[in-house]
Design a protein around this ligand. Structure first.
Ligand code: FDA
Length: 393
């Protein structure tokens, strides 16, 4: 009897993409082994969505993803839709709700999603091993050989599903990229995304507003997000900023519209209607008081509107609608919800996620250079890419 255990597919990583993929592949008849480094699977799912897992977004489409090739995600996303995952959630009797902007969460807990994925794996007779220290991964003929915890496993397909390096304290690492390089696949420089931005220099004043949040339009590059921004003791966070951070590049500014929806003359109109009102009180009607005070201090405008020139008010309105912050950096992989960049899509088939140069090698989930917006898009990519690869095995 051979001491090597043989499978149709070995999946490296038991996170969102790996577990989902394994369940689908197993139920389609493949003999699948999942090797997970951590003591349990699906750790990021468990902490996701504040413990309720924002498991998909009803509006998920290619426009919600960043990649060196913005077309790459189209095929997989078109073939496995948010509705497909929702059907699965409903089949498992998991109660859910739409929070906002198409974001679907469990009513109960993220644990239900992990349990559902595990049940699907059981339905496909998937073998799952945790606490696996993968010592080597090698090509053997047309297949692969993986040595973990001293045991050798062989398979005809190998699926890299070990995610990106964001949140290293949860065990995240650059393992996927190291494997990719071993097999000669290019990696698009990984960088923290959906991450708070740090402020310094002229923007230091705003760090005093730690804890204050306001609805804004945050812009980075050509992208703009209308959600809440939160001032922190290090800089800026909140959904609008996290979204913008994925598009922000070092040295660039982030533009914030604090008075979204107001026309260019709104302060002149306020001056006409309420000449005795102060700038701070007018701004406090739409923004938290501490923020209104800080903005007025920065603008150098105090006193009643009636005493301020039209020119000064027009300039103030203009600055308030496009306040320019120059972040000093991000809070890095330690705080990044996801990693942008990753294994280059140029190396992979968009239909199957299989590496063109290495038949039988697949890459799914966050390890791929496809990064979603905040709001359930990243899990939808994990499901869709996992499904595409499972159907190709
Ligand atoms: P994932 O990280 O899930 O899984 C990779 C697995 O590989 C892990 O289990 C890891 O331990 C394992 N692994 C790593 N190295 C290994 C090795 N050497 N050997 C074996 N195994 C190894 N997204 C979303 O859509 N909605 C949400 O609500 C949230 N919320 C959220 C909150 C927080 C705090 C974070 C950090 C992230 C989110 N996300 C999210 C993002 C989402 O969690 C992420 O995009 C997916 O988990 C990616 O799925 P993957 O399976 O690709 O990686």
């Amino acid at each position: 009897m051979s001491s090597v255990e043989t499978f149709d597919a070995i999946v490296l990583g038991g996170g969102a993409a790996g577990l989902f993929h394994a369940g689908v592949a197993g139920q389609r008849g493949a003999r699948v082994l999942v090797l997970e480094k951590a003591d349990r699977v699906g750790k990021k799912i468990l902490i996701s969505g504040g413990g309720r897992c924002n498991f998909t977004n009803l509006g998920a489409g290619p426009a919600n993803y960043l990649s060196a090739n913005p077309h790459f995600a189209k095929s997989a996303l078109a073939r496995y839709k948010p509705r497909d995952f929702l059907d699965l959630v409903e089949r498992h009797g998991i109660a859910w709700h739409e929070k906002t902007l198409g974001q679907l969460f469990c009513d109960g807990s993220s644990r239900q999603i992990v349990d559902m994925l595990l049940a699907e794996c059981t339905g496909g007779d998937v073998n799952i091993l945790t606490r696996q220290d993968i010592a080597s991964v090698d090509r053997q003929g047309d297949g692969f050989e993986v040595v973990a915890n001293g045991t050798t496993f062989a398979s005809r397909a190998l699926v890299i599903a070990s995610g990106g390096p964001s949140i290293p304290k949860m065990g995240a690492s650059d393992f996927a990229y190291r494997l990719a390089r071993q097999f000669g696949l290019k990696v698009v420089e990984p960088r923290p995304a959906l991450v708070p931005l740090t402020l310094g220099g002229e923007d230091l004043l705003f760090r005093d507003l730690s804890g204050v949040s306001a609805p804004v339009d945050a812009r980075a590059g050509k992208s703009s997000f209308r959600e809440a921004a939160l001032f922190t003791h290090r800089g800026l966070s909140g959904p609008a900023i996290l979204q913008a951070s994925s598009y922000w590049k070092h040295g660039e500014t982030v533009g914030i519209d604090f008075v979204s929806g107001k026309n260019a003359d709104w302060l002149l109109e306020a001056k006409r209607d309420r000449p005795k009102a102060t700038m701070v009180s007018v701004l406090s009607d739409i923004l938290p008081n501490r923020l209104a005070e800080a903005l007025c201090e920065k603008l150098g405008l105090s006193g009643e509107l009636g005493q301020l020139s039209d020119k000064a008010l027009r300039e103030a309105a203009q600055r308030l609608s496009n306040w320019s912050f120059r972040p000093t950096g991000t809070e890095g992989f330690a705080k990044a919800e996801v990693t942008a960049g990753g294994i280059s899509t140029a190396e992979l088939s968009s239909q199957t996620m299989e590496a063109r140069k290495v038949p039988g090698l697949y890459v799914i989930g966050e390890a791929v250079d496809v990064t979603g917006w905040l709001g359930g898009y990243n899990f939808q990519w994990a499901w869709a890419s996992g499904d595409a690869a499972a159907r190709a095995l």
